[in-house]
Write a protein that binds this ligand. Structure first.
Ligand SMILES: NC(=O)C1=CN([C@@H]2O[C@H](COP(=O)(O)OP(=O)(O)OC[C@H]3O[C@@H](n4cnc5c(N)ncnc54)[C@H](OP(=O)(O)O)[C@@H]3O)[C@@H](O)[C@H]2O)C=CC1
Ligand SMILES: O=C([O-])CC(=O)C(=O)O
Length: 260
């Protein structure tokens, strides 16, 4: 399987270093001027667009975040190249979501969203087939996990004495306001009750060392709670290691004769 990546950061680095044996990296799409950085991070041929890749990939894996999916997702899909993405929150923009859907249909392929830093999405999807699904998502990270996010506008992250909720709203609002931190909120919402009906709370907590994601779900099926304490990737305290592992799991599943 020929794989190209978008991005050359913490997630891309982990994926590139751990590709399954049946896969080969054909290139990495980066921003203009970042070719040398991409080459040295991944030992991959850098490219500025899908058309610029040295070989046509079977799969384009977006590890770059919302900007990378926006820039390269539609062209890859239109060209019939399947895309696997961590940038789930980008779909909170209804216009962009429609553009991706139209591109996938035009290209006869699909966009697959990684389960990312969270899980239980299968249970949420099943629960959404019943009635009255209500879901609340809470994302709790140590202060350094919120650096570079909107939390810095409302909090002094260095001076927190205890946990502070810096966002409370819908999953759609969270995903758009926190593009590097609330992809899980969007994934939970898309799998379950939807972006506008799913509640999201984001908390900076100096008392934790892990990225803690939790949902409480209730409906005609019954109820469940699910929590993950995710350890961050070495290269980026914002991103949980499970995100990169979820991409590797999706690669493995893609060719499995029996899927779960
Ligand atoms: N679904 C989920 O559960 C999760 C999703 N994520 C998403 O994954 C993203 C990446 O995470 P992570 O690897 O830790 O972040 P990093 O900051 O370590 O890496 C991001 C990489 O993407 C590159 N990039 C940014 N914009 C573009 C673009 N337009 N075209 C090509 N490359 C681009 C950056 O390049 P440069 O150095 O030039 O800026 C950098 O190499 C997060 O921003 C978040 O949106 C993260 C965690 C969980
Ligand atoms: O990696 C994580 O813990 C979650 C994250 O950043 C996101 O949801 O975008």
């Amino acid at each position: 399987m020929k794989i190209a990546l978008i991005g050359h950061g913490a997630i891309a680095g982990y994926v590139a270093a751990n590709l399954p044996a049946n896969s080969r990296l054909v290139g990495a799409i980066c921003r203009p001027g970042r070719e040398a950085a991409a080459r040295s991070a991944l030992s991959a041929v850098p490219a500025l667009s899908v058309a610029d890749l040295p070989e046509r990939p079977d799969l384009l894996v977006d590890c770059a975040g919302h900007a990378g999916l926006r820039a390269h997702g539609p062209s890859a899909l239109t060209a019939g190249i399947e895309v696997l993405s961590v940038s789930v929150g980008a779909l909170a923009d209804t216009g962009f979501c429609a553009e991706l859907e139209a591109a996938a249909r035009a290209g006869g392929t699909r966009l697959c969203l990684a389960s990312g830093a969270f899980g239980a999405l299968d249970a949420l999807s099943a629960a959404a087939m019943g009635q009255g699904l209500a879901v609340t998502y809470t994302g709790r990270k140590p202060p350094q996990g919120w650096r570079g996010s909107r939390a810095e506008e409302v909090l002094d992250l260095e001076a927190l004495a205890g946990p502070v909720t810096h966002f409370s709203g819908t999953a759609r609002e969270a995903a758009q306001a926190y593009p590097k931190n609330a992809n899980v909120a969007a994934a939970v919402a898309l799998a379950g009750a939807g972006l506008d009906a799913t509640r999201a709370e984001l908390i900076a907590d100096p008392g934790v060392t892990a990225n803690i994601h939790e949902i409480a779900a209730e409906g005609s099926f019954g109820r469940f709670r699910f929590q993950i304490e995710g350890l961050p990737l070495p290269g980026n305290p914002r991103s949980s290691a499970l995100t990169a592992l979820s991409l590797l799991a999706a690669l493995r599943q893609r060719h499995a004769a029996i899927r779960i």
